[in-house]
Design a protein around this ligand. Structure first.
Ligand SMILES: Cc1cc2nc3c(=O)[nH]c(=O)nc-3n(C[C@H](O)[C@H](O)[C@H](O)COP(=O)(O)OP(=O)(O)OC[C@H]3O[C@@H](n4cnc5c(N)ncnc54)[C@H](O)[C@@H]3O)c2cc1C
Length: 505
């Protein structure tokens, strides 16, 4: 990269917030560079519960602004990316003597139905669990339930599609590029980057710097930017377990634990159930976060309070853990710390401006980006206006309720594809699946087979279009085929990807 290029905005961090801001800013006409030290969404943004939700539980903490904004976003985001975001019904079983009285839950759900601009999502209802199929896998104790709507999101893909769209619009998007230092010089930022594959260093100049490094935000402020006395975020670990499918119903469960916490059990990747999450303060390096034995025990035993067939360690096929970068509002318990976001602009005395992003949720990332763009406009001059509501992410340009029709279209064009394969591809790539498959006319045209329904043609797309370089990028972020490939198949894939990266170098 040349030393001369001066970007309007340099963004550190390729999680949902960094990529969302990059997309919005590029679409408004700013020149943008973004550096992610690892793979996109390799931090917190692939370790979430994957809900586009208002956050029923946040009402208890009077977070009305956040809940309203999040509720309003559900249908906006669904329309923007109906391949990776879709509605989900949640069943909240209720029994006398439970942690919350029925009137409180009813009030929460009433607000949920009425403050959030709901148009397509169905309203709250009540269920007789002795008759409804949702009651079947649960203990007989739960005879009643509430049912309400929220959304589901493929979190890692939401991130990479924002990065893709930003790049398609002209942003310089750099994966595996760490920001090692950033200092102000002659009214500009000089940002020093290191290519994590080659070790090559470069200096990039920008008018404004955005620190969107999630749980690393304080580390970057204290390290690369050199600030003293930094303490803005509280790191709160959350872990999930994935078990063999516990139920067939397409609805998810919302469980209330005896300690007052809540937990979800969600249908996951066709054959599995996702259970989580935990909430505990974390002090280590965010990159090293792993589920603990105590968390596994907690999740198994809390879910077993509800399921007639208990959840045991032996059922677990995968776990993941991530760190919430919550703005530190001084709450005493981890689960009470605010989930809202805070944007802080530093631009005193005409010095080059710095915008720090603290907190945020996947659900509110688009609104957070709009707020960030207001600050960017304040700092370096307004360009363009709001544009992302009503836009589509790559592959998302089909009607919100049109997924089945897209699958049928794909099957008509590529009749040799098995139905589950076609469904999986449309879920990941939407209307871009045709570009991915090109002129393939038979299974042989899909190239080398890596296991499950993963073929060379898809891997090459991910390398060429989505910055994938390692097997784990493909198996655990661009897709979740890690749940289906054997360890030996994953090693084969890693070899293929290394050869492809070397050939490109
Ligand atoms: C357990 C859990 C469950 C959650 N569930 C939900 C949910 O259901 N719904 C919802 O809406 N939200 C949920 N969230 C919240 C949501 O996941 C996060 O708020 C969001 O992903 C944070 O994104 P981010 O971009 O700020 O951070 P990150 O995704 O962590 O991105 C920051 C990036 O910065 C990079 N970086 C750091 N330092 C540098 C450097 N020096 N140079 C270059 N790059 C750097 C990192 O590698 C990282 O990729 C959940 C969070 C957790 C932990």
């Amino acid at each position: 990269m040349s030393e001369q290029a001066i970007f309007d905005v340099f963004i550190i961090g390729g999680g949902i917030n960094g990529c969302g801001i990059a997309r919005d800013a590029t679409g408004r006409g700013y020149s943008v560079a973004l550096a992610e030290m690892n793979d996109f969404a390799s931090g917190t943004s692939s370790g979430s519960t994957k809900l586009i939700h208002g956050g029923l539980r946040y009402l208890e903490h009077y977070e009305f602004r956040l809940v309203r904004e999040a509720l309003m976003e559900r249908e906006v985001l669904w329309a923007m990316a109906p391949h990776v975001i879709w509605p989900m019904r949640f069943v909240l079983p209720y029994h006398k003597g439970g942690p919350r009285p029925a009137w409180l839950i009813r009030l929460g759900l009433f607000l949920y139905d009425h403050i959030g601009g709901r148009q397509l999502l169905p309203a709250t209802g009540t269920l007789d669990m002795t008759r409804d199929p949702a009651g079947a896998p649960l203990k007989r104790l739960f005879t009643k339930a509430f049912e309400y709507s929220d959304g589901w999101v493929n979190d890692a893909r939401l991130v990479v599609l924002n990065a893709r769209d930003a790049a398609d619009r002209g942003a310089q998007i750099m994966a595996r590029t760490r920001v090692v230092a950033a200092h102000r010089k002659d009214g500009r930022w000089a940002v020093e980057t290191e290519n994590m594959a080659t070790g090559a260093r470069a200096t990039v100049r920008a008018r404004m710097l955005v620190n969107a490094t999630g749980p690393w935000v304080d580390q970057v402020l204290a390290g690369a930017i050199g600030k003293n006395d930094v303490h803005n975020v509280r790191l709160v670990q959350g872990s999930h377990i994935v078990v063999k499918k516990k139920f067939d119903d397409p609805r998810a469960y919302f469980f209330q634990n005896p300690d007052g916490r809540i937990m979800f059990a969600i249908p996951y990747e066709d054959d599995f159930t996702l259970i989580g999450t935990t909430d505990r303060d974390y002090t280590g390096n965010p990159a090293d976060v792993r589920i603990s034995d105590a968390e596994i025990d907690y999740l198994c035993s809390a879910a077993s309070e509800y399921f007639a067939d208990p959840v045991t360690r032996g059922d677990i096929v995968w776990t993941y853990s991530a760190v919430r970068p919550l703005y530190d509002d001084g709450a005493s318990k981890a689960q009470e710390a605010t989930r809202d976001y805070v944007l802080r602009l530093e631009s005193q005395n005409g010095e080059a401006p710095l915008l720090n992003v603290f907190g945020g949720k996947l659900t509110t990332y688009r609104r957070l980006a709009e707020s960030a763009l207001e600050k960017i406009g304040e700092a370096i001059g307004v360009r363009g206006g709001k544009w992302t509501a009503g836009s589509h992410l790559p592959g998302g340009d089909f009607p919100a309720t049109g997924y089945d029709a897209e699958v049928a279209k794909l099957k008509a064009r590529y009749p040799f594809l098995a139905k589950p394969h076609a469904r999986r591809l449309v879920r990941l790539y939407g209307t871009e699946t045709g570009r991915l498959l090109g002129s393939a006319a038979s299974e042989a045209d899909l190239g080398r087979h890596f296991g499950a329904d993963l073929y060379e043609i898809e891997v090459d797309w991910l390398i060429g279009q989505e910055w994938a370089r390692r097997a784990e990028d493909v198996l655990w972020r661009r897709t979740k085929l890690g749940l289906k490939l054997s360890p030996a198949e994953a090693v084969e894939l890693e070899g293929y990807m290394r050869d492809a990266a070397n050939a490109a170098a």
